[in-house]
Write a protein that binds this ligand. Structure first.
Ligand SMILES: *Cc1c(COP(=O)(O)O)cnc(C)c1O
Length: 760
């Protein structure tokens, strides 16, 4: 967004009244103090929310360098050097600004509404158009009164087409959205029977939705809605799946929404050949319906996003309508669904007469689902259900080795740690090195949802990746280089600072960027002898920081170097030194600072004396510790058998012929190698895997993608899963064989190995 207007111009556009005026420039709009980027010239819209007046965030926004505020109530204090603009309704003012911004552009603007499938349509259409047009679209599903306004403000001169989603939950909301979007084209997906929220009835609900299209040149609709639109004299372009059957596109079920998108793309002049190619690559939207090829000749429709009745009926209709000759099976996860809703769901499913209905709670479910073949399987359940685990289990794997993280175990460990410390003690979860190898998105979100207060990363880039994945928690960056300062500011990251040089260089960047009170964390050295200010320079440091307006000390911390030693004398010494340092800070600086020193092992052994204000957990959250056994181990690693070879006495196996058989043997070739993270050090009998719970030694040298193991005395089935890490061989045991620690095993897992997250 680059608005390029002044405070005065803003005031004119939104018809406000200056309480104080201080003319400066504005480029961006902020509405949430957590998302303020301090080095951009912004205006803060103090929008009233359910539990907030909006006003209370003004001083927070001011401390992040915002100098223009739009309010509907008088603030207690007028912020310095700023403009304050009073309006009747802050949200309406923002919408007015968005509307005027949109009206500066005469490009085609497509608006999408309906009960289901808006986001998917928007994304698909974007993909179909994007090679030929520069398209701006609603980010994520920003389809509310606020979201639409924010999305429209992003339009700039480079754009050639805009696609915006609109959703309403109350009568009269659509009229406002129509007015600010003023779409030239519409797409109507459908209207559900069970989804009427605050509307009188189905007709009322439908009428409200259709108000989006009153000024459109055309609206793309399914032909089943022909008379509905005709009655209201709305101009339409109609289609249905049938229009595209002659394309013979692929074997997978073709949906109505896909037809709408293709029809609209045709309208924009994209030719059939191009559409046929692009539509094959339409993105699978995580959490929305996706169709996958399964094992045993199955096709899977994964629709585990929500379980409202409309979405269910639509999915069932799709399943029935598809002309694929396969058994139709519905899999439901009703674990967290209320009883009367469960009943309604099962009745609805039965109406469509599938050949079989499975419930994940059924004792026999595992056996049933794994033996299903030649079926079209619809998975339906709420978003947080275990269905994605099962979908992954039975979909055709492109990789045949994978790592599983058990979220239930991780949640148990988090609770265990929370119970070790006083309630007010904050939890920081270290997610450096892509969450110890588990990836950058899923687990950080999981920690955010399960009560973590802070996240910690090693490098700025890791913090940026977390922000891009939508993480809002405060993030400490342990080692930041001076060239990364811009990114710290841009992505709202908090550096750890451990030397005077680093302090000077960071301070310079903060001042150059005109920032105030940027949060920092002071690292002090108590015995590790790695990074940090030494105890003897602390008073000098405190004197420097005391009256500094540019920085705000959020926390002071140190790191233990010998926490797992049964002899606790060194650790006690470190804690004592840290306490002295803490006193120096406390004496000189009155503002609140968090002190912290414990990592996993430290927390397990020194929680009583050294929890201070926060603890920093890493490996323990996964269930690994050298001192206690109560944690729940969360990691398993599996692969599969590629081939079985019978070899004769005296034959050799693998590179360098390092293994020679001394008898006739059976060897399984399994699909994992050192490129996946299986260390070559485990070759030649040092390591083992488990098939059918029996240990099978690794034979010869481990190859890049494959490994040979001895199955001479093992009963197996070629489809058996091979355990590398799991119940028979835990991560700690595996690490010991490798002569390393669990941390190294985890962080050596290759990114090419898929990570699955299960919650069972
Ligand atoms: C990695 C790290 C931790 C977490 O350590 P674990 O042993 O994995 O619990 C804590 N603090 C700092 C500074 C770290 O770098």
């Amino acid at each position: 967004m680059k608005l390029g207007i002044t405070h005065k111009e803003l005031n004119e556009k939104i018809g406000g009244q200056f309480l104080v005026e201080n003319d400066q420039d504005i480029d961006v709009v902020f509405y949430d103090t957590r998302r303020i980027i301090p080095n951009l010239k912004g205006v803060f819209f103090a929008i009233k929310g359910k539990n907030k007046s909006g006003i209370e965030f003004i001083s927070k926004a001011h401390s992040k360098n915002v100098r223009c505020f739009v309010v509907e109530e008088l603030p207690e204090r007028i912020p310095e050097n700023s403009s304050v603009i009073l309006v009747k309704n802050v949200l309406f003012a923002l919408q007015e600004l968005a509307k005027q911004h949109r009206n500066k552009f005469s490009i085609p603007i497509i608006a999408i509404t309906g009960s289901l499938g808006k986001t998917i349509c928007k994304e698909w259409l974007y993909y179909l158009l994007k090679t030929n047009y520069k398209v701006i679209r609603t980010p994520k599903s920003y389809n509310s009164q606020l979201g639409v306004a924010l999305s429209l403000l992003e339009i700039d001169d480079s754009h050639e087409v805009g696609i915006f989603e609109a959703d309403i939950s109350h009568p009269n909301e659509m009229v406002r959205l129509e007015e600010i979007i003023s779409p030239t084209l519409g797409i109507f997906t459908n209207i559900g029977k069970h989804h009427q929220d605050n509307f009188d009835d189905e007709k009322h609900h439908l009428d409200e939705h259709l108000k989006l299209f009153i000024r459109c040149n055309y609206t793309f609709i399914l032909d089943s809605y022909h008379s509905v639109f005709r009655k209201r004299k709305l101009k339409t372009i109609e289609t249905s799946m049938k229009d595209f059957t002659h394309w013979n596109i692929d074997q997978l079920p073709f949906t109505d929404n896909r037809a709408l998108c293709l029809k609209c793309a045709e309208f924009f002049g994209i030719n059939e050949l191009e559409l046929k190619t692009t539509q094959r690559e339409l993105p699978v939207l995580s959490g929305r319906q996706e169709t996958l090829e399964g094992i045993n000749n199955n096709i899977i429709i994964n629709d585990s996003y929500n379980i409202d009745i409309d979405a269910l009926e639509q999915a069932l209709e799709g399943q029935v309508a598809s002309n694929i000759r396969k058994k139709k099976v519905v899999v439901l996860d009703l674990k967290n669904v209320a009883e009367n809703k469960s009943k309604q769901i099962i009745q609805t499913v039965q109406k469509y007469r599938p050949s079989e209905v499975y419930l994940t709670s059924d004792q026999e479910f595992r056996t049933k689902i794994l033996s299903l073949k030649d079926s079209l399987i619809l998975f339906k359940g709420p978003f947080s259900s275990s269905l994605s685990y099962w979908v992954n289990k039975i979909k055709k794997q492109s990789h045949e080795t994978w790592v599983e993280f058990n979220l239930k175990a991780i949640r148990d460990n988090l609770n265990f740690f929370q119970n070790l410390v006083p309630q007010k003690t904050k939890m920081l979860v270290m997610v450096k090195a892509s969450t110890y190898g588990a990836g950058n998105a899923r687990l950080p979100h999981f920690f955010q949802e399960n009560g973590a207060d802070y996240l910690g990363v090693a490098f700025t880039d890791e913090g940026v990746a977390l922000r891009k994945a939508g993480i809002d928690l405060p993030i400490i960056v342990m080692n930041c280089e001076s060239k990364g300062h811009e990114d710290l500011f841009k992505y709202n990251l908090e550096p750890s600072i451990g030397s005077f040089n680093q302090l000077a260089s960071f301070l310079e960047s903060v001042v150059l960027n005109g920032l105030l009170k940027w949060p920092i964390h002071i690292k002090v050295e108590t015995g590790m002898n790695r990074l940090g200010f030494k105890p003897e320079v602390i008073s000098q440091l405190v004197t420097q920081l005391k009256s500094n307006e540019s920085l705000e000390i959020k926390s002071v911390f140190s790191h233990l170097s010998d926490a797992d030693n049964v002899d606790s004398s060194f650790t006690n010494q470190q804690i004592a030194t840290f306490n002295q340092i803490k006193n120096t800070f406390k004496q000189e600086i009155s503002q609140e600072i968090l002190f912290h020193i414990l990592n996993t092992e430290g927390l397990l052994r020194y929680a009583k004396e050294a929890s201070f204000d926060m603890v920093r957990i890493g490996i323990g959250i996964f269930g690994y510790s050298s001192s206690i056994k109560q944690l729940s181990k969360s990691i398993s690693w599996f692969t599969t058998i590629a081939q079985i070879n019978h070899i004769k006495n005296q034959e050799s196996v693998g590179y360098a012929r390092s293994f020679k058989a001394t008898k006739n043997m059976k060897i399984a070739v399994v699909r994992v190698g050192y490129a996946d993270g299986l260390s070559r050090r485990l070759g030649n009998g040092k390591g083992r895997v488990f098939i059918n719970n029996k240990a099978c030694k690794i034979i010869g040298n481990i190859c890049m993608d494959l490994t040979m193991v001895d199955v001479t005395n093992v009963e197996y089935n070629e489809k058996d899963v091979v355990e590398i890490i799991g119940n028979n061989q835990t991560l700690d045991e595996f690490a010991r064989l490798m002569e390393t620690i669990p941390y190294e095993v985890m962080t050596s897992l290759s990114p090419r190995v898929p990570k699955l997250f299960i919650d069972v």
